[in-house]
Design a protein around this ligand. Structure first.
Ligand SMILES: Nc1nc2c(c(=O)[nH]1)N[C@H]1C(S)=C(S)[C@@H](COP(=O)(O)OP(=O)(O)OC[C@H]3O[C@@H](n4cnc5c(=O)[nH]c(N)nc54)[C@H](O)[C@@H]3O)O[C@H]1N2
Ligand SMILES: Nc1nc2c(c(=O)[nH]1)N[C@H]1C(S)=C(S)[C@@H](COP(=O)(O)OP(=O)(O)OC[C@H]3O[C@@H](n4cnc5c(=O)[nH]c(N)nc54)[C@H](O)[C@@H]3O)O[C@H]1N2
Ligand code: SF4
Ligand SMILES: [Mo]
Length: 706
């Protein structure tokens, strides 16, 4: 056998680190960071080696599976042929569309979709045939508020302001833990070094988080903040900045409107009100507002902790208003916009909001998707538009969406369920047919999503490390195979079989560094430079890059402004009556729910513990390691207690993505590290009412000895 060297991006998280993979025949010999990658500079985390583990995992499905019912009433999944699987699945979709209408088909797409360009380029063709209003995705348990904010302020759902940490002097971070997560809506490989460099330059990182996280440990300052109260803090900052004459829009002034309207609207949000509920003193709030506004180049950034809570959209909007009024948008060392080689801002629609609503709870659509917290009820509520057939792709909503137990049960009521997924897991165990794609090392790769979010403009294409085994299909081929069959049944035009790399070639040629530019990039140029091509640091792009119709930024966004009374009403009551507020946490060796089946990522002590502050544990008479019951409005789970002053008093933390104790799954190592699902106790009715985003952080719970 011959040794070979391959270049491949790690697709497991948003940092998209460049890897050098050595193989010998069909074996992976080593996986290392690629020092020549202009974005990741050789950085990797402990998860990179999981690419080999995923590829070799005996539990990874290599053939389509069909759910078979046995005489004793039990079910198993048995392998079947691709033709039988695709024919059966396509018939079920077409039958349902004909019998009950297209809205009887539900769709849920999970997070790895964005990390897999074949899914990104080909999912749309199938959904266009189905035209169902019942589409859902992981977006509404995650970054929905960022999309809305970008659409409202900059005219496109993907116009994300990207923290330019390498050239900044002041970084205010709320509810993000990039040292564990490796960054999000911010592709920032090697974050630890970048934080060290910021501090070495005399810059400051200020972190607000109810837990003293790995990132908080590295920060210049960390302030505990009570979960769910951030909006009061952020609006108080904004109020102080505007009140004290610290606003200075810089070049944004020429094309920005509505600041006076915002200034008036936030007057009620005083440091005193914020201090009363957040746990942060008025002096600190005033100080942070002044430091931020006076810093030459400052960044305000918020992530999961402020997005996936009761005021997610308001928080993200107000964060960007702070960046705008201090002139820190589109400024070197502030938050800047990318100009990616395949320009998804130009290639995709701007997004829309509230153009239709969910049947049962009247929750708003965003970009043709409804909030995932409504999926279960849309399956169980009878009437026109009820979901009878569900398609899931690269998602595990039973573990990842609020009140997962309710969804787990609802899935049993479907007429038919179809999953595009390499694993038999907590969600796909309900599927009548599971369609497993090729392994990540068996297909080529381009980061359609994450170059858009990166702190440097680079571009990189990777060829497959291994040939595709005979009798297997890539994700995109499965979409096309289904689409062709559905189209034939419904008498519609079949989707085209254009391989994703050709779509990328066209995207690059027509993009900002394409054939008509000095760069003259095309796919071949990327193939010739497998570590990636550097397109330089982020540059100021406004107002030209704005996608708003009038090429202006209007700060007085009606939707978040109309959400202010809800916030005031909630916090006009004096005391929080909830015994504890539940938050999540991420560990560098986890990735949501699906990476617990690889020994080297799960070994060591149990990570699925409930963290509680010593004073709370003392008051409740609970001791270290003891099994405790955590109860919310919708359910109870038990977990071992970890007593630590990492969390603030009144707050408990349980990671998500565990709960591999369901029967019928095939992931032996994960089963041995089963833990419990925190989404068994998060509440599908506890939402950001404005956006419909789930609020999995700040959930009221009680804790007692189990
Ligand atoms: N290792 C690892 N990396 C990952 C993932 C993973 O599962 N594991 N998942 C990937 C995905 S899909 C995403 S979206 C990103 C997420 O990336 P991040 O958002 O950076 O990661 P989280 O750990 O969720 O950070 C959220 C932080 O918010 C805090 N928090 C909770 N509630 C509140 C609150 O009310 N206010 C404030 N201010 N803070 C609060 C939490 O304590 C936590 O530290 O990570 C990605 N990377
Ligand atoms: N309580 C709580 N809940 C949360 C969060 C939290 O912080 N706290 N975080 C939320 C966030 S940020 C996210 S993004 C969601 C994630 O929610 P989901 O995306 O629903 O869940 P994942 O755990 O990422 O599941 C990914 C699935 O994709 C499959 N898969 C992996 N690679 C591929 C591939 O290449 N092709 C196909 N077809 N399938 C693949 C895996 O086998 C797995 O079944 O969870 C959310 N839920
Ligand atoms: S940080 Fe780790 S998981 Fe994320 S892309 Fe890099 S190596 Fe992969
Ligand atoms: Mo996510």
């Amino acid at each position: 056998m011959s040794k070979q060297t391959h270049y491949r991006a790690c697709h497991l998280c948003e940092a998209i680190c460049g890897l050098v993979i050595e193989t010998d025949g069909a074996e992976v010999i080593s996986i290392k960071g690629d020092k020549n990658d202009p974005l990741s500079r050789g950085h990797i985390c402990p998860k990179a080696v999981a690419l080999q583990d995923i590829h070799q995992d005996p539990d990874r499905l290599r053939q389509p599976m069909k759910k078979v019912k046995h005489a004793d009433g039990s079910f198993t999944h048995e392998p079947i042929s691709w033709d039988e699987a695709l024919d059966t699945a396509a018939s079920a979709l077409a039958d349902s569309a004909e019998r009950y209408g297209v809205d009887s088909i539900g769709v849920y797409m999970g997070n790895p979709t964005i990390h897999n360009y074949g899914m990104m380029t080909h999912q749309g063709a199938l959904f266009k045939l189905l035209r169902t209003k019942n589409r859902f995705s992981a977006t509404s348990v995650d970054q929905l508020p960022h999309h809305l904010t970008s659409m409202w302020l900059f005219g496109h759902k993907l116009m994300f302001p990207i923290p330019d940490i390498d050239r900044s002097d002041y970084f205010l971070m709320l509810g993000g833990n990039p040292v564990a997560s490796n960054g999000s809506i911010w592709t920032v490989p090697d974050i630890k070094q970048r934080i060290k460099d910021l501090k070495a330059r005399g810059g400051k990182l200020v972190v607000l988080d109810p837990r003293r996280t790995e990132t908080a440990e590295m920060a210049s300052e960390h302030h505990f903040i009570k979960p769910g109260t951030d909006a009061l803090f952020i609006l108080a900052l904004l109020n102080v900045i505007l009140r004290d004459g610290l606003a200075d829009l810089g070049h944004l002034a020429e094309f920005t409107d509505g600041v006076e309207i915002v200034a008036e609207a936030v007057q009620a949000f005083t440091p005193e009100l914020a201090a009363q509920h957040t746990g942060i003193g008025t002096t600190t709030i005033e100080q942070i507002a002044h430091d931020f506004a006076k810093a030459e180049k400052a960044i305000c950034y918020g992530r999961m902790g402020v997005s996936v809570q009761r005021y997610g959209a308001l928080n993200q909007w107000a964060i960007q208003i702070i960046n705008i009024v201090t002139g820190n948008i589109d400024r070197v060392g502030g938050s800047m916009f990318t100009l990616p080689a395949v320009d998804q801002v130009r290639n995709t629609g701007p997004g829309g909001f509230g153009r239709h609503r969910s049947r049962k709870r009247n929750l708003p659509e965003f970009d043709r998707e409804l909030p995932s917290a409504a999926l279960a009820e849309e399956i169980t509520t009878p009437g026109e538009g009820q979901i009878k057939v569900l398609f899931t792709g690269a998602g595990n909503p039973v573990l990842s969406t609020p009140n997962g137990r309710q969804l787990d049960e609802a899935l049993e009521q479907l007429d038919f369920m179809l999953s595009l997924d390499p694993y038999l897991n907590e969600t796909t165990r309900h599927a009548d047919i599971i369609l497993p794609p090729t392994s990540p090392l068996e297909h080529d790769h381009y980061d359609l999503g994450f170059h858009v979010n990166a702190l440097r403009n680079t571009t990189r294409f990777n060829q497959a490390v291994f040939d595709k085994p005979e009798g297997t299909l890539h994700d995109w081929e499965i979409f096309v195979g289904l689409g062709e069959r559905v189209a034939a049944r419904l008498g519609l035009e079949a989707p085209k079989r254009i391989p994703p790399h050709m779509i990328i070639d066209a995207g690059i040629k027509g993009g900002p560094y394409g054939e008509n530019t000095e760069h003259k990039l095309n796919l071949q140029a990327l193939i010739d430079n497998p570590s990636g091509i550097d397109l330089g640091e982020l540059k100021p792009l406004l107002p030209e890059r704005l996608q708003t119709k009038d090429k202006r930024i209007n700060c007085a966004t009606p939707e978040p402004l109309s959400d202010l009374p809800r916030l005031l009403a909630e916090f006009s009551e004096q005391d929080d009556t909830a015994p504890f507020r539940l938050i999540g946490r991420r560990h560098v060796r986890d990735c949501n729910s699906w990476m617990h089946n690889y020994h080297r990522l799960v070994k060591g002590k149990n990570r699925c513990t409930l963290m509680m502050h010593p004073s709370d544990a003392g008051a409740q008479g609970l001791s270290e390691g003891e099994e405790v019951a955590i109860t919310s409005r919708v359910g109870t789970v038990t977990a071992p207690l970890e007593i630590t002053d990492q969390v603030m008093p009144g707050v408990v933390s349980l990671p998500h993505g565990y709960g591999h104790d369901r029967t019928g799954i095939k992931m032996d190592i994960a089963i041995a590290n089963k833990g419990v699902s925190c989404n068994d106790i998060t509440d599908h009715e506890y939402l950001d009412d404005l956006s419909g985003n789930a609020a999995v952080n700040g959930v009221p719970v009680s804790v007692s000895a189990a």
